[in-house]
Design a protein around this ligand. Structure first.
Ligand SMILES: Nc1ncnc2c1ncn2[C@@H]1O[C@H](COP(=O)(O)OP(=O)(O)OP(=O)(O)O)[C@@H](O)[C@H]1O
Length: 365
């Protein structure tokens, strides 16, 4: 059974002439960690605000644990929200900050103490309980904000870019804390981020949003390896998936007049047609020498990223990137022979921009 169910949600802000969310349906199971990604303005924060009750949908229903909550006040939805801006009280210690909400709700002192110790232990804040926020790093402050949300023991955690103000090392560490926390308390979590790595590493399921419409809703590996459409292919993964307009006829896959591969390297529902071929940079393979399905490419730029080098290549008029992991030192201007791993390729319909690879498998294998 779904724990959260959004049914046909439409959101149009007052005075606005366009909808932010259009006939939006989403079901989330208990304990799932869902990451929402999408460009700025795609409706991610609006979605969280509707779930926690700060905003009402224009139409449609939201169910939490089997109950429609459209008319339920935010404070009664048992939802905790953690924002990018952790908004701690500067004059209070870490302990007082964590305990604040419970004090307001007049929870008894021994329960408050127990809960503060429990949250502080999970988030490794025990040492800092008597310290004021100004003495803490950004990551520690964000952990205090998480602890404050945790002690409410919410059924549901909503996190809106909670790590975006942290530097990359702290982001990485706090990201792991969040995952540990989730593994320990297993609260259903909806997490909004702009960060691809965060999305892919945290999520049980990623929801890719564009203009208030779900583009793909799937496990991270599927979103990365089999993007549902061209939007997802461009949005997920850095460097961006290489995309080539190709013409396929009975003999060849043609990238341009001088770059052709054998047609039978890809199974397609129909030939004599145009497609967009998508290949990730790690699925372009550097060969030691020229061979039957290789193409010759010139290195235009190199970027060493630690453990691998990103090569910017040009073959005739076609530009693409590949990840190079071999030891040989390559430099700008070198010529190399590469081939594409077509088994890992995505094929997008030229008109609809939809990935037709699945259909291709169903129909041809
Ligand atoms: N209170 C509001 N009144 C009117 N329009 C709003 C309001 N809040 C958001 N919007 C509009 O709704 C759209 C979606 O905004 P939202 O904040 O949900 O997007 P987002 O995906 O979270 O963006 P970002 O990644 O930049 O935070 C935007 O066009 C925004 O201008």
């Amino acid at each position: 059974m779904s724990y959260i169910k959004m049914n046909n949600i439409v959101k149009k802000y007052q005075g606005a002439y366009r909808e932010v969310l259009h006939n939006f349906d989403l079901s989330i199971a208990k304990g799932e960690f869902i990451v929402i990604v999408g460009p700025s303005g795609s409706g991610k924060s609006t979605l969280l605000e509707i779930i926690c009750g700060f905003e009402a949908p224009t139409s449609g229903t939201i169910e939490i644990d089997g109950t429609v909550v459209n008319e339920v006040l935010p404070k009664n939805r048992n939802v905790s929200m953690v924002f990018q801006d952790y908004a701690l009280f500067p004059h209070m210690t870490v302990c007082e900050n964590i305990a604040f909400g419970m004090k307001i709700r007049k929870v008894d002192k021994s329960t408050i103490d127990k809960k503060v110790r429990w949250a502080a232990e999970i988030l490794q804040l025990d040492k800092y309980l008597k310290v004021k926020p100004s003495k803490l790093s950004g990551g520690q402050r964000q952990r205090v904000a998480l602890a404050r949300a945790m002690v409410r023991e919410p059924k549901l955690f909503l996190m809106d870019e909670p790590l975006s103000s942290l530097d990359s090392k702290l982001r990485y560490e706090t990201c792991h804390e969040i995952l540990n926390l989730h593994n320990k308390i297993n609260a259903t979590t909806i997490y909004v981020t702009h960060d691809q790595v965060e999305a892919l590493s945290l999520a049980d399921r990623i929801v890719v949003l564009n203009d208030g419409v779900i583009q793909q809703n799937d496990v991270p590996i599927e979103v990365y390896e089999n993007p549902a459409n061209l939007f997802v292919a461009k949005f997920i993964g850095r460097p961006q998936m290489n995309l080539f307009e190709v013409v396929v006829n009975k003999d060849n896959i043609t990238l341009d007049e001088f770059l052709k591969f054998r047609r039978d390297l890809i199974k397609l529902p129909e030939y004599n047609n145009r497609y967009i071929l998508g290949i990730r940079s790690e699925h372009i393979i550097c060969l030691d020498k020229e061979c039957k399905d290789s193409i010759e490419a010139i290195i235009e730029k190199t970027e060493y990223t630690g453990g691998e080098t990103l090569l910017y290549l040009k073959a005739n008029r076609i530009s693409f990137t590949m990840k190079y992991t071999k030891n040989k030192r390559l430099k700008i201007g070198d010529t190399i022979h590469v081939t594409f791993d077509f088994k890992k390729a995505s094929i997008f319909d030229y008109k609809t921009k939809v990935n037709i690879k699945e259909r291709q498998y169903e129909e041809n294998y």
